[in-house]
Design a protein around this ligand. Structure first.
Ligand code: 1HN
Length: 349
């Protein structure tokens, strides 16, 4: 039996929409196909932020405002498709933070988790829950959700790192909390290096009980990561899309180092030409060593050391590495969050 078909009367529909709009209701059929799409539709655009441009502007910002006044002196890397939204992808934040000699970025804590990836300088520290970590170029440092953290630069050179936060994820769930510390700099009662000494050896104290899903190891020095990549190069198998790619892990569980953001370091040998790849996790790349091109859809992103670029969800991208040097790339994305919710997909070719 065929159901009766109402006539398509546009004027009647419009006045009906107007009537129900007044009561905060709206017809799904006008928006359904824009929401439930055959493939991911992202407002996020492929883009590269060049260090040659951003570093002088960071130093200029250093002459305009102190770290103390700014609380955090950061230039946000805003995706060109998401201007005004303080984010580099739909779900994640990235910014470049400058801390000058003698400065302190005061202690606070928040429900957002943060990662630091060190780009320039040496000798500055971040203190996480009473333990100082010295930061060097290529190190990956974790600030777990709701842990007090402050940064300081007792060295005699400017220090710059990339901050990655899960701000938009926390905002999506309306689960934001923040608290300032009672003092600018935390009393550091734990000897520097303790964290790596306790958790950095693929072993753990037998009495250790996890208090959160974030890795108890919060400092992953580049020296060790680089050595692991070199070992992969000697003993591993080259992948046709990403060369040799390692995932940072929580040493106690073997799972992701953080629950909302996943981090990787990969090496692609000089002259490498990768096959196209795509995944649902828009990914932020930071160039550690070498240079080349990342071709994202029709966009060619030329990259050099310390540049940051982004590959949006489900856009195929491939790498072409220059002949001169191997390339090392750090990257992070919301893959752990997507996987925890059974949403993550990827495709080679
Ligand atoms: C934050 O706490 C830091 O602690 C950096 O260094 C960037 C961006 C948004 C919200 C909090 C930091 C941040 C941030």
């Amino acid at each position: 039996m065929n159901a009766p078909q109402p006539a398509c009367n546009i004027a009647d529909r419009e006045s009906f929409y107007k009537k129900i709009d007044g009561a905060s209701m709206t017809p799904l059929w006008e928006v359904l196909h824009g929401i439930v799409t055959p493939f991911p539709q992202t407002p996020c655009l492929p883009h590269v932020w060049k260090w040659a441009t951003s570093y002088p502007w960071l130093l200029e910002a250093g002459g305009l405002i102190s770290a103390k006044e700014a609380e955090r002196r950061v230039l946000v890397l805003e995706n060109p498709g998401l201007r005004g939204q303080t984010r580099i992808t739909h779900s994640l934040y990235a910014g470049l933070q400058l801390i000058l000699p003698g400065e302190v970025a005061p202690a606070h804590r928040h429900s957002q988790s943060a990662l630091r990836f060190i780009l320039s300088g040496s000798g500055a520290y971040t203190a996480v829950q009473g333990e100082k970590v010295a930061m060097n170029v290529g190190d990956f440092v974790i600030t777990p959700s709701w842990t007090f953290h402050d940064h300081g630069n007792p060295s005699d050179e400017p220090m710059v790192w990339l901050d990655g936060l899960d701000l938009a994820i926390v905002e999506l769930f309306d689960a934001q909390f923040m608290e300032r510390g009672s003092e600018d700099s935390q009393q550091t009662s734990i000897e520097a290096g303790t964290n790596l000494a306790v958790f950095g050896n693929t072993m753990k104290p037998v009495e250790y009980k996890p208090r959160s899903r974030t890795s108890p190891l919060f400092w992953y020095p580049y020296e060790r990561t680089r050595e692991a990549l070199e070992t992969m190069l000697q003993h591993g198998t080259e992948h046709e899309c990403w060369g040799y790619k390692l995932q940072y892990t929580n040493p106690v569980t073997g799972e992701w180092a953080m629950p909302t953001m996943g981090q990787f370091m990969q090496l692609m040998p000089k002259g490498f030409k990768g096959r196209p790849y795509r995944s649902t996790d828009s990914t932020i790349y930071v160039v550690v060593e070498g240079s080349g091109r990342c071709v994202v859809g029709d966009t060619v992103l030329r990259f050099e050391p310390k540049d940051v670029f982004i590959c949006p969800s489900w856009m195929p991208y491939r790498f072409e590495i220059d002949a001169a040097d191997d390339v090392v790339l750090f990257s992070y994305s919301d893959r752990p969050a997507q996987q925890a919710l059974d949403l993550w997909r990827d495709q080679i070719g």
